[in-house]
Design a protein around this ligand. Structure first.
Ligand SMILES: [Zn+2]
Length: 174
C-alpha cells in the first residue's frame, strides 16, 4: 500500500485507506481511529504557525512565525515545525532523549520544555534532507487541496458525532 503525506510532511497515510478510487477523500468517520484522528488534526494544523517559532515570538508577534511544514508525534501532542526549526526537533529526538517520548502524549511538552530552555541543534547537525532520504515523503500539493474535503467532513462530524470522537478538535490549537 502506498503511503502519502497530505499537506504537511511527517504523518503518512495509506493511500488506499484515505482516498476513494476516484481520488477524493473517503468517508472520514469510517476510517480507522488513528487515521481519522490524524486526518482531522491535520486539517486543523494546515496554515498554523510552527510551534518553535511560536515559542520564540509568541502570540504578539505571530506574523514573525513561519507556517508549519512538517508534523511529528501523536495528534494533539504533535509538534508542528517549519523547515528552519525541524533540525532542532530531530536533534532533540535523536540525540537528546526525545525518542523516549515517541508515541506518547508528552512528546510535545518535553520538546517545548527543551526548546524553551534555549536548546538548539548544533550547527554541525545540519539540515534535515528529506529529498535524498525519502523522495516519496514529499507532500503531494494536490493532496493538500483534499484537506478541504477533510475539513468539510470534520465540520459535519463535529455536529453529528462530536461525542463519539476521542479528540476535542477545539482544544490545544498551537
Ligand atoms: Zn519555526
Amino acid at each position: 500500500m502506498a503511503k502519502v503525506s497530505i499537506g504537511l510532511r511527517g504523518w503518512r497515510f495509506d493511500e488506499d485507506v484515505v482516498f476513494d478510487e476516484d481520488g477524493s477523500v473517503g468517508d472520514v468517520a469510517g476510517m480507522p481511529e488513528d487515521t481519522r484522528n490524524r486526518l482531522l488534526r491535520l486539517s486543523a494544523l494546515l496554515g498554523e504557525p510552527c510551534s518553535a517559532c511560536w515559542l520564540v515570538h509568541g502570540e504578539d508577534d505571530v506574523e514573525q512565525c513561519n507556517m508549519g511544514d512538517v508534523v511529528y508525534g501523536e495528534p494533539l501532542a504533535e509538534v508542528l515545525l517549519c523547515t528552519e526549526h525541524e533540525p532542532d526537533f530531530v536533534y532533540w529526538f535523536q540525540e537528546e532523549g526525545g525518542s523516549a517520548y515517541a508515541g506518547s502524549g508528552t512528546l510535545q511538552d518535553e520538546f517545548f520544555e527543551w526548546f524553551a530552555e534555549g536548546n538548539r541543534a548544533p550547527e554541525s547537525f545540519g539540515s534535515v534532507d528529506h529529498v535524498d532520504e525519502a523522495p516519496d515523503d514529499l507532500p503531494d500539493p494536490m493532496a493538500a487541496d483534499r484537506l478541504d474535503e477533510v475539513a468539510e467532513q470534520a465540520a459535519t462530524l463535529k455536529e453529528e458525532e462530536e461525542e463519539a470522537l476521542d479528540l476535542d478538535l477545539d482544544g490545544l490549537d498551537v
